[in-house]
Structure formats: structure tokens, C-alpha cells
Design a protein around this ligand. Structure first.
Ligand code: ADP
Ligand code: ADP
Ligand code: ZN
Ligand code: ZN
Length: 850
């Protein structure tokens, strides 16, 4: 225990005092944490860092804040989660900058999140160059999201969506019966439409292209919705007969033209997969009126430094800053001339430019100078989004608050970490406290104070091993962090393996990559490095994945990962707009299947969990169905699913909790009053396998379940893989929504490992070290090596040099971000790359080879 721990209850000035914290796995911990300091929470993944920093400190600060501002909210507190802690004193108000679990669902952009767009609108409104005779416009007129600003043709979307005969009927040699109108719904609804056409006298057995144009146009484009008698299962001849006889039809059906169906479904469906399906039949093109700039003509006629506001929104932030700097410091030529004519315009220009440039400087410092204001947030990585929010806070002039951050180094190259530390130092210098959950050793080394949680994950963690200045941690034997921070443990390095072949890509063009040629070795572990924004994801997670998927005929799974809501819609629109440029010229024969192991959630609702995702729950349900009680009662395996009506608690529909809607506040969840969170009805819970019912099994963690199911090989195998990737501490029924990105990724990895070794698979991982302590990173490398040993190819995008050093081959992209990047700077085995000149990664990699 640290010397500064203070176990009596006298408040220490300048400290936050936590007494008896028991949230999640925390073991009744008591500690003092300094204010006005950079405090870093360390420990292996699952040890309880977030439970302490977010689950306890932030949650309590939030609760107190709500209590102080809203008497209405107070009444609802008995339903709101109250952190399990005896007492906290000295806690300032808190602002959380947490990584989004899953993609944000709102339609926002870099400009709106940073509020820089507002400032630019003000600049154009008040100080822009107007064509002679044009009235001044209000700031709102420069926003595509307002009626004053939006282009009248595309309503501010910048693109127009159309359906054409070619888009809805991709193969015109087919007949209607053979589903020539591919855009129509499938299954029953599609048959229904075909039957109606038969009744209406259309020929459904002639190839589409041989039908009269008048008929084709009506079927596709009519807005009429006639109702007609349907004779299901009749041939066209029999239908004619039946109509003549006025026979009683099977039912009356309503016709919908294909265009109407597609547009209506796209606009109204809540299902992401439906939306995706119909989107395939739409063609979008830039709006002919605004040319994709989203604004009306009057707004676009106003310029600043010769650019309209849409053009300015497309500049990388670094270029925008360079453009505005002369206006901020008064050196711009425009000033001299303008000063005489419009002195007030000059003052406005200078004030706004100063503010915008100062804020852009922070964004540049945080390594985000390559972004543009118009970039939509769903296309940003979680790390980029968090740094964007951080930059916004640095300029917000708040003081006396505690910022709670979740791994701010995620997505950052070690070369960029310096700037992150500067931004944190600025927040601290303005009189704020920083509580940071972090794994990157460069950040930990700069802490004023370390709180090390452990020693292991889940039940085996939850103790505060150390709380004090960094140097003192060196003496704490139980700490895993100590081994890496002080001993500088080097990973065991082996001879690089030889590739079996090369996967060669040519002419890759995407984002900042232009006609790039690139070769990935097969049968080995490859690391792709480069500063944030250099083009790693564009090359690997986008083009490589898309090219290989297309060549293998895989659909890129949208799955539950892609999620619902506007974020998905936007990502989808984005994907539809992005042409796939590049080709594979060698090596495809060495790849049978492509697997992306990413950090997207394994599901978006609490109905998914690791047991359902890995498939082990299917076996468990069969074991329950095979018990004597279940057989006597004729309960089948479906009875033990909380997604099926017969076995689950009906009050909460198997969710285990109910949502309480709060006016003006985010809704909160409360345990279901009927089942108390068990998710099943009482009859189902009477069935026991060994001594546990199904709810009790879901409550087991992976380690305990491995003992419980030791003799059931199918279940035991899945559980063993989960333990090997370091997830022994997760509960089987832990909802997908509670899992971090790193946990989701490791569940996917375990699911892949439990499949029999097949060889010739290509695994692609984007920053697998996110959320992982160096000790977990070492475990991960062992698993990746196993995949390679089994005859597969593994490609990882990584910033953690500990992983890169353990690769067989490294490809370094850069040299810088955005348009100053996008080239292959160097490639080779890590030892060789560590000496490459001009590579930003080389100096950091070299530390492992001296
Ligand atoms: P860390 O931040 O160190 O990775 P966490 O604080 O997230 O660890 O997790 C500590 C333990 O608490 C783990 O066993 C984890 O599974 C559990 N846990 C995390 N979030 C929740 C939650 N919302 N409900 C229940 N248990 C949770
Ligand atoms: P890295 O993975 O190395 O951080 P990225 O491949 O994500 O880099 O980004 C490379 C460049 O492409 C950056 O300038 C980035 O802003 C741009 N970029 C990435 N994704 C998109 C996108 N969806 N839309 C527009 N620009 C993008
Ligand atoms: Zn338009
Ligand atoms: Zn219930």
C-alpha cells in the first residue's frame, strides 16, 4: 500500500477520497487520488480500472451533478444506477471522454462536433465577400441543415437518389416469374406481386426485354396501387378461367410498383438489412444543382479567400489553419484594402479567425490535421473521435473539473503521443484534474500518479495494488504493470518466417492512396504501421478486404455489427459512393477465406452475449433439454433461449430489465420486477443441469463454466479458447452492450480459434492491442502466432511496437498523414525496418533491437 493512503476519514485537502468501492469486481477498495494532476489507472484488461474510473468516480460525479440541477431527476434516482461505494469526498464535477462503444448514431461531422462550422458560418455571414448587390445572409444560410441554407434540389444531402430500369432489373433476360424485377421483395410478398400482375393480364413468362415498353414502365414506375383478386398457385391460363367464372379468389392483393417499393422502403424501414437490400437498387449521383455542395446558390456565391464555404469545409484542417493564419495575425493582404472600406468587417474577421486558428492548432497538435470539417463522424475511428472531443475541451475554458478519459492513445502512433501529453498538460494547467485509463507505456510514464488495479482480471482482480507517484510502483511485486514499466521486458523475438507466396495489389486508390502498388506476404504475420491518418486502414481494412472479399465472392457481412440507425445509413451511403479501385494480380490461390477480426460490437442489444456469439449456448441448451425434468415436460432446446417466447420471462421479453423513459434525460434501465433479472419464467428455471438452472449458468464466468462443463467437450473447447485469449473473467451471459471493443475483438478471435485449423485463411485485424495491457498483448501475439503456424496469413494494423517487433514482415505507410502520406515508406522484417531512414516508426521499433 502506498504511503499516502489515508485510511481514517479526515478529508485530505487536494485529494479525492474513495472509501469502500465495490462496483463490479472492485474489492471494497479505499484510496486517495490527487486533484489537479494527471492520474493514470493501469492494470490488465478486466482488472477493474474502468469500474473505478468510470463506474465509480465518474458515475458518482454525474449523479451528484444531476441531483444538484434537477429536482425532477432526483425523484427517479431510486431507479438510476448508484455506484456501489461507501463514500467519496472531494470529487469535482466530471466530464467523460469515453470511447464510443459502437458507432455514433447521430448525423454529425468534424465541424459540428468541434463547433468550428458555427464559427465559419459566422465568418461568411459577417465578413464574407458578397457579389455586388446581394444582401447579407444570416449564419444559418450557410448550413445545409436549415431550410434557409439547404439546396432545394437535394434538400441539403448533396446527392440525389434515383431508381432506373437497369438498377431494378439487373438481368433483362429473365422473366418476371424468374425474378427479373430483382428490386421487389422476395418470398411471399414477391409472389403476391407476381400473382397480381397475372390477374391484371401481364405476361410473367416472357423475358423482360421482350415485354412492351409500356408494360415495363408501368410495372416499374407506376404510383397507382390497384387492388386485384389473387388466385394463388394458379397458372396464367387457370387465372383467366377463374376470372371469367368470377371464382372466389384466395384473397385481394394490392400492387406496388418497384420504384415506389424501393423508395418507400428506403425511407421508412427500421431494419438495417432491409435498408441495405433496397439501397442496392438505387443509384445515387451528385446533386446537379449544387454539385454536391449541399447549399443554395446565394449561399455558395459568398466567398472568403476565394473559396465558398463548402470548399473550405473540404480542406484538411492543417490547410485551413494555414489559410486563416494571416487573417488572424492581421498580415493578410485583404486586410489593407478592406480596412479602408469596411473597418468593422476587418475586426470581425480577425476575431473569428483568431479563435478558429487557436482551436485548429490544438486539433493539429493532436494529430488530426488531416481531417476535414465536412468529414462525418461515423467514418472516424473511436480514437479520432475521442481526440476531437478532447481538443474541443482544451479550448472550452472550463476549470475545476475532472476529465475522465478512456485510453486516449488508441489509434495514435507513438510519434503522435507527445502532442496528446501536451493537450493533457494544458487541461491540467487550466486547473483541471485528469483521470485516464491507459495502457500505453509512454503515457503511463508521464503520470503524476498511478493507480494500479489487479492483480488479474474479473474476480481475480479488483484490488488497488498501488496508488502513488510512478516511482513507487517499482516495489509492488504483484503488479503486472511494473514488469513492463520498469524492467522493460522485451518480447521474445524469433527468426522471421518465410512467406509461402505474395498477395500483390496494384493501382490501389482510396482516400489518400493514389495508384499504390503493394505486396503482402502469405503464410506469415505482417504488421502495417504509420502515423495516424497515413492510410493504413484505407489500404488494409478497406481496399484489401474489399478486393479479397470480391474475388472470393464473399458478401461483406453487415451483421449485427453494422447496427441500425442513421450511423449505419450514412456508412452505407458512403460505401455506395466509394468505387473499389485496384486489383489483385497475384496470390489469390493462397486464400480460401477472409476473416476480419475487428473491434465492432458482437451485437447491439443485450440479447447477444459471448455464449450466443461463439455458439456454445446452443450446446448448453441441448444439455438442458436432455435432462430428465425437461424431457418429462417436453421442453426442447428452444425453451432455454431468452429470445423465444415459451421459456422466457414475458414481462421483460427475456431482456432481464425494463427501460424507464425519463423526460429530458437519457432513459435508464432497471432490473425486471417479475424475473428479477433472470430473464426466464419460473417453469423454465425449475429445470436444473447438475445443480444449476439456465440463468445460473449464464451468470457463471468463463473460468467457472470451464470447470462446470469440463466433461462436455464441445462446450469445454469454446470455453478453453476464451480463456486462452484472456477472457476467463467474462460472464457467459454478459450482454454484448457491456463489452469493450477489445473484448468483442477477442471473442471473435476465440470463435475463429475454436474452428478446426483449416489453413489458407486470411485474418485482418485493425489495432488489436486497443484496450490491452502489455501483458495481454503478449498473450495476443501467442494466439496470432498459432494462427500462422496452422497455415494461415495474419495482417495487423498496429501502433504498439511490442506487436510489430514480433511480426515476420512490416509495411510502413506514410511518411505523414493525409495527402502527405499514402505511400509505402519501407517494408521488410522488423529488424531491418527499425533501421529504415525516413520512417516515423523505425526509431520506436529500434528500441526492441539494440
Ligand atoms: P478494465 O477497465 O480494467 O478492463 P472493467 O472495470 O471494465 O476492467 O471490468 C472489471 C470487471 O467488471 C470485469 O470482470 C468485467 O467483466 C466486469 N464488468 C464490467 N462492466 C460491467 C457491467 N456493466 N456489469 C457487470 N460487470 C461488469
Ligand atoms: P490510418 O488508418 O493510417 O489512421 P486512414 O486510412 O484512416 O489512416 O486515413 C487516411 C486518409 O484518408 C486520411 O487523410 C483520412 O482523413 C482519409 N479518410 C479515411 N477514411 C475516410 C473516409 N471515410 N472519408 C474521407 N476520407 C477518409
Ligand atoms: Zn443540391
Ligand atoms: Zn423479466
Amino acid at each position: 500500500r502506498s504511503s499516502s493512503s489515508n485510511n481514517n476519514n479526515r478529508p485530505l485537502p487536494g485529494f479525492v477520497q474513495v472509501r469502500g468501492a465495490r462496483e463490479h469486481n472492485l474489492k471494497n477498495v479505499t484510496l486517495d487520488i490527487p486533484r489537479d494532476a494527471l492520474v493514470v489507472f493501469t492494470g490488465v484488461s478486466g482488472s477493474g480500472k474502468s469500474s473505478l474510473a468510470f463506474g465509480t468516480l465518474y458515475a458518482e460525479a454525474q449523479r451528484r451533478y444531476l441531483e444538484s440541477v434537477s429536482p425532477y431527476a432526483r425523484r427517479l434516482f431510486h431507479q438510476m444506477p448508484v455506484p456501489d461505494v461507501d463514500d467519496i469526498t472531494g470529487l469535482p464535477p466530471a466530464v467523460a471522454l469515453q470511447q464510443q462503444r459502437g458507432s455514433p448514431t447521430t448525423r454529425s461531422s468534424v465541424g459540428s462536433v468541434s463547433t468550428l462550422s458555427n464559427s465559419l458560418r459566422m465568418l461568411y455571414s459577417r465578413a464574407g465577400d458578397y457579389p455586388a448587390g446581394q444582401q447579407l445572409l444570416y449564419a444559418e444560410s450557410f448550413s445545409p441543415n436549415t431550410p434557409e441554407g439547404a439546396c432545394s434540389e437535394c434538400h441539403g444531402l448533396g446527392r440525389v437518389y434515383q431508381v432506373t430500369e437497369a438498377s431494378m432489373v439487373p438481368d433483362d433476360t429473365l422473366t418476371i416469374r424468374e425474378r427479373a424485377v430483382a428490386a421487389w421483395p422476395t418470398a411471399w410478398h414477391g409472389q403476391n406481386l407476381r400473382d397480381i400482375l397475372t390477374t391484371l393480364g401481364y405476361d410473367v413468362d416472357t423475358p423482360w426485354r421482350a415485354l412492351p415498353k409500356k408494360d415495363r414502365d408501368w410495372i416499374l414506375f407506376t404510383d397507382e396501387q390497384p387492388t386485384a383478386p389473387v388466385y394463388a398457385g394458379f397458372t396464367p391460363g387457370e387465372v383467366k378461367e377463374a376470372l371469367k367464372r368470377r371464382a372466389t379468389p384466395s384473397y385481394q392483393g394490392t400492387f406496388t410498383g418497384a420504384r415506389k417499393y424501393v423508395l418507400q422502403t428506403f425511407a421508412t424501414t427500421e431494419s438495417a438489412s432491409m435498408k441495405k437490400r433496397v439501397a442496392r437498387y438505387m443509384v445515387s449521383s451528385p446533386c446537379p444543382l449544387c454539385k454536391g455542395k449541399r447549399l443554395r446558390r446565394e449561399s455558395l456565391s459568398v466567398t472568403f479567400a476565394g473559396l465558398d464555404i463548402a470548399e473550405m469545409g473540404r480542406l484538411p484542417l492543417a490547410r485551413l489553419a494555414a489559410l486563416l493564419r494571416p487573417h488572424a495575425d492581421g498580415s493578410a493582404a485583404r486586410n489593407a484594402r478592406a480596412a479602408a472600406l469596411h473597418p468593422e468587417k476587418l475586426i470581425v474577421t480577425r476575431r473569428i479567425a483568431e479563435d478558429v486558428v487557436a482551436r485548429l492548432n490544438v486539433l493539429e497538435d493532436l494529430g488530426l490535421g488531416y481531417l476535414a470539417l465536412e468529414r462525418s463522424t461515423p467514418t472516424l475511428s473511436p480514437g479520432e473521435l475521442q481526440r476531437l472531443r478532447l481538443a474541443t475541451q482544451v479550448r472550452s475554458n472550463l476549470f475545476g473539473v475532472v476529465y475522465v478519459l478512456d485510453e486516449p492513445s488508441a489509434g495514435l502512433h507513438p510519434a503522435d503521443t507527445e502532442a496528446l501529453l501536451t493537450a493533457l498538460a494544458q487541461l491540467k494547467a487550466s486547473g483541471n484534474s485528469l483521470f485516464v485509463v491507459e495502457h500505453a507505456l509512454d503515457v503511463i510514464a508521464h503520470a503524476d500518479w498511478i493507480v494500479d488495479v489487479g492483480p488479474a482480471a474479473g474476480e481475480a482482480g479488483g484490488h488497488v495494488l498501488y496508488s502513488g507517484p510512478p516511482a513507487g510502483l517499482e516495489q509492488v511485486e504483484a503488479s503486472q504493470t511494473r514488469r513492463y514499466l520498469f524492467a522493460k521486458d522485451k518480447p521474445a523475438l524469433r527468426q522471421p518466417r518465410q512467406p509461402t507466396d505474395w498477395l500483390r495489389l496494384e493501382g490501389v486508390t482510396r482516400n489518400n492512396l493514389h495508384r499504390l502498388d503493394c505486396a503482402f506476404p502469405l503464410g506469415v504475420l505482417t504488421g502495417v504501421t504509420g502515423v495516424s491518418g497515413s492510410g493504413k486502414s484505407s489500404l488494409v481494412s478497406q481496399v484489401l478486404v474489399e478486393l479479397v472479399a470480391a474475388a472470393l465472392g464473399h458478401e461483406l457481412e453487415a451483421g449485427p455489427d453494422q447496427g441500425e440507425g442513421e450511423g449505419a445509413g450514412e456508412a452505407l451511403e458512403q460505401a455506395a459512393q466509394t468505387p473499389l479501385e485496384g486489383r489483385i494480380v497475384q496470390g489469390l490461390a493462397g486464400i480460401k477465406r477472409l476473416v476480419r477480426v475487428d473491434q465492432r460490437p458482437i451485437g447491439r442489444t443485450p440479447r447477444s452475449n459471448l455464449a450466443t456469439y461463439t455458439g456454445l449456448f446452443d450446446h448448453v441448451r441441448q444439455l438442458f433439454a436432455a435432462t430428465d425434468t425437461a424431457r418429462a415436460r417436453r421442453y426442447d432446446a428452444g425453451r432455454f433461449s431468452f429470445n423465444v417466447a415459451k421459456g422466457r420471462c414475458e414481462h421483460c421479453a427475456g431482456e432481464g430489465f425494463v427501460m424507464v423513459e425519463l423526460l429530458f434525460l437519457p432513459s435508464v434501465y432497471a432490473p425486471c420486477p417479475t424475473c428479477g433479472g433472470a430473464r426466464y419464467n419460473a417453469n423454465t428455471l425449475e429445470v436444473r443441469y447438475q445443480d444449476k438452472n439456465i440463468a445460473e449458468v449464464l451468470a457463471l464466468n468463463v473460468d467457472a463454466a470451464a470447470r462446470f462443463f469440463a466433461h462436455e467437450s464441445a462446450v469445454a473447447r469454446s470455453l478453453e479458447m476464451l480463456r486462452e485469449v484472456g477472457l476467463g473473467y467474462l460472464r457467459l451471459g454478459q450482454p454484448a452492450t457491456e463489452l469493450s471493443g477489445g473484448e468483442a475483438q477477442r471473442i471473435k478471435l476465440a470463435t475463429e480459434l475454436q474452428r478446426a485449423a483449416r489453413g489458407n485463411m486470411l485474418y485482418v485485424l485493425d489495432e488489436p492491442s486497443t484496450g490491452l495491457h502489455p501483458a495481454d498483448v503478449d498473450k495476443l501475439v501467442v494466439q496470432l502466432d498459432r494462427l500462422v503456424e496452422a497455415g494461415n496469413t495474419v495482417i495487423v494494423v498496429e501502433h504498439t511496437m511490442r506487436i510489430v517487433a514480433a511480426c515476420d514482415w512490416v509495411i510502413d505507410i506514410g511518411p505523414e498523414a493525409g495527402e502527405a502520406g499514402g505511400k509505402i515508406v519501407a517494408c521488410g522484417p522488423p529488424r531491418q525496418l527499425a533501421r529504415a531512414s525516413g520512417s516515423r516508426s523505425a526509431p520506436y521499433l529500434a528500441r526492441f533491437f539494440d
